[in-house]
Ligand binder design. Structure first.
Ligand code: AMP
Ligand code: MG
Length: 401
């Protein structure tokens, strides 16, 4: 049996890095930058006030205090958005936050240190040159590299691009994924006949791909029939970076994926993990060339856990995400658990970040999607133990992190 980390590396090596595309900044949220962004303009573009107050020459208010204030005549107001004006020596002008500092002024006295006068004002504190002035280029200099390749575009980054007048950016393309469910038990009809079930893996994996930053471009369902499976796969292999299949990889009869792909470039093996022991991956020689393919087990809990462990990090690395892995936190296990020897167990759980605890959620078996849907973390239990006591410190993958 292969180690989880070895198989993770094998799957990660399958998926090639994606190229770049240009997008308007509003559509680039959560994407990874492909090229550096240099500031075409300074930020701020002009000297402006950091406070609501009075624009002054610092020299005119030297020595002003509560007890011996300086009185200055007040000129025209400078609201935000006003053009850059002048300040006559020995006078002041009311200025609002963000409004351009008039030529001649070198400081702002905040309104709280004055009597708020509009014709004449009493300045009750001295302010040295530069006080409450946001200098032009004080945040970003022209030509400075403000964002490096690999930066994830969140709110602050998109806001900065907007502030600099950058409307389009070059970002890494989202990996395009084909999701293929197999199983003759999967009903095509919305009302399954007796013995049939609905396809949950298709929806589950499409959602997981999208959440991981990929594009679930196509979903298909195929019965347990090798020629039909291969024909459907070949048909759907247009412009995809990765194929994910579910089902048909274990040790039973009618293992369609294994039967169809075992002799076509895909290796099937066992990974020392529970759930998700049977796995397959490789390059499938499709009509348009070789395509990376990862074959996940059929039980929905196994399929999703396998996606989390192997596919999600590979997809995120493929489009350059700086943190392909889930955030792992340490937590105290609230209940004792038993597990098989020799397999790393990823058990559904509920994380209480405030209490620093993780509670095992539902039975360990892989047939409990209802329980998985109520969980928010995976409790990562090492291979070499058969039980973990309540109160033990464990690694927990935060699925909401
Ligand atoms: P298999 O590995 O194909 O034998 O599948 C293992 C179990 O997962 C069986 O109980 C299947 O019915 C179930 N299963 C496989 N594919 C799906 C699917 N797409 N949706 C829901 N259950 C599935
Ligand atoms: Mg099956």
């Amino acid at each position: 049996m292969l180690d989880v980390t070895d198989y993770q590396a094998r799957v990660a090596a399958l998926v090639s890095p994606t190229g770049a595309e240009d997008l308007p900044i509003a559509e680039a949220v959560d994407r990874v930058l492909a090229a550096p962004v240099e500031a075409p303009e300074p930020l701020p573009a002009f000297d402006n006030s950091a406070m609501d107050g009075y624009a002054v020459r610092a020299a005119d208010v030297t020595g002003a205090t509560e007890e011996s204030p300086v009185r200055l005549p007040v000129g025209d107001d400078i609201p935000a958005g006003a053009p850059i004006g002048e300040l006559a020596p020995g006078t002041t002008r009311r200025i609002m936050t963000g409004a351009p500092l008039p030529r001649g002024a070198d400081a702002v006295v905040e309104v709280e240190a004055t009597d708020g006068g509009t014709d004449e004002v009493e300045i009750r504190a001295a302010r040295s040159a530069g006080t409450f002035v946001r200098r032009a280029a004080g945040d970003v200099a022209v030509g400075a590299t403000v964002l490096e390749p690999g930066a994830v575009l969140g709110a602050a980054q998109v806001g900065l691009l907007a502030a600099l007048g950058v409307t389009e950016v070059s970002v890494r393309r989202r990996p395009r994924v084909l999701v293929c469910s197999t199983g003759s038990e999967l009903a095509e009809d919305p009302d399954p006949a007796a013995g049939q079930i609905r396809d949950s893996n298709g929806a589950l994996l499409a959602a997981a791909v999208e959440q991981a930053g990929g594009l679930a471009v196509r979903q298909l369902w195929v019965a347990d029939d090798v020629p039909a499976f291969l024909a459907a796969l070949d048909d759907a292999l247009v412009d995809v970076d990765l194929v994910l299949t579910t089902g048909g990889v274990s040790a039973g009869a009618y293992e369609v994926v294994k039967d169809a792909l075992g002799s076509r470039g895909v290796e099937f093996l066992k990974v020392a993990m529970q759930p998700g022991m049977p796995q397959g991956c490789g390059h499938y020689a499709g009509p348009g060339g070789a395509v990376p393919i990862v074959c996940l087990p059929g039980n929905p809990v196994s399929a999703l856990t396998s996606f989390e462990v192997f596919v999600r990090p590979a997809l995120r690395a493929a489009y350059g995400h700086p943190r392909p892995q889930r955030r792992v936190v340490r937590a105290t296990l609230t209940d004792a658990v038993d597990k098989p020897a020799g397999k790393r167990q990823l058990r559904r759980g509920r994380l209480d970040p405030d209490a620093g605890t993780a509670t095992p959620w539902g039975p360990p078996g892989s047939g409990f999607l209802g329980w998985f849907a109520g969980a928010d973390c995976l409790i990562d239990l090492p291979a070499d133990v058969t039980s973990v006591p309540a109160g033990a410190e464990v690694d927990v993958w935060d699925l909401l992190g």
